[in-house]
Design a protein around this ligand. Structure first.
Ligand code: FE2
Length: 296
């Protein structure tokens, strides 16, 4: 019995450390994204979800009512957004408020996302973000000096979870050369009904259309290089089960629709770069000297 248990432990450890196959790596290079089912355990997902909900319960009653939306009206103030780089900060869902600005849903249903530094400041998020299979994957993707720059826990709330318009993540985290990758973990099943990701396969071969920059005055702005609309006829949905991972190239266009269903669609994202890349000082996300970004 003991031998059997040992064998099971060994095989589960081994399977969790098996990295990308050559075929997967080539598919990622070709398409700009890759889906890997069952990448993290259901237990890992449940622990992260539990911690996210605890953070909302703990901080929510005293949180600033700053909203997050990719449409102009729901955008948070510059200072609030910039300060969230190293924080565990709550962003509210714009549709959680009524016309007079009062919350019209329960607090746990009112948050759009938590960001952007809890992978370094919160023990549960730190542990999830640095799981051994993630480290192995990042190495297999050719990132040998990884820096975990940003984390987001996204709730995509039932009925009110807003649309995220089509974008490239490199717009928000630019590195030169372009080593940035996004890791998107399905903490709950992501379906067409509850607002799964959509991507434009192969769209990463085109350059960045814009960059979101920090201004010298301490504000933020978009520097736009290409105003051509995305060809959304080429997009495909990525329905991913709980525990699945989507790897996103920094320039692959992706988006998600509103969640009009009764089910939330929790997801967790990490964005990494290779430390050998230049990380410009005009990226919106800047770490203070006493809290530099770190790897695994
Ligand atoms: Fe994104």
């Amino acid at each position: 019995m003991r031998l059997l248990t040992l064998f099971a432990t060994f095989t589960s450890l081994f399977s969790s450390l098996v990295g990308l196959t050559q075929e997967q790596y080539e598919r990622y290079q070709r398409d700009g994204y890759l889906v890997i089912e069952n990448f993290v355990s259901e237990e890992n997902c449940d622990q992260l979800k539990q911690r996210a909900l605890e953070i909302v319960s703990e901080q929510g009653p005293n949180a600033a009512l700053e909203m997050f939306s990719t449409t102009k009206q729901g955008r948070p103030s510059d200072k609030f957004f910039l300060d969230s780089a190293v924080g565990t900060v709550l962003f509210f869902e714009p549709k959680a408020f009524d016309q007079t600005g009062r919350l019209q849903v329960d607090l746990l249903r009112a948050i759009n996302k938590i960001g952007h530094g809890m992978h370094d400041t919160d023990p549960v998020f730190n542990e999830f973000s640095r799981l051994p299979q993630i480290k192995q994957l990042v190495t297999d993707l050719g990132i040998h000096n990884p820096l975990l720059m940003q984390a987001m826990y996204i709730f995509k709330q039932p009925r009110i979870g807003g649309e995220v318009t089509c974008h490239q993540d490199g717009t928000f985290l630019y590195a030169e050369p372009d080593t940035m990758i996004g890791l998107w973990f399905a903490i709950e099943d992501a379906t067409l009904e509850n607002g799964c990701l959509w991507v434009i396969p192969g769209g990463h071969v085109a350059p960045l259309k814009s960059r979101f920059k920090k201004s010298l005055e301490g504000g933020t702005y978009f520097e736009v290089y290409d105003t051509t609309p995305w060809d959304l006829s080429k997009r495909i949905p990525l329905e991913v089960k709980k525990g699945g991972l989507v790897i996103l190239h920094s320039r692959v266009p992706h988006m998600s629709e509103c969640n009009l269903s009764d089910k939330s669609r929790h997801a967790y994202t990490i964005h990494l770069i290779d430390a050998t890349s230049d990380y410009p000082a005009d990226n919106w996300l800047q770490r203070p000297e006493n809290m530099p970004a770190r790897g695994f």
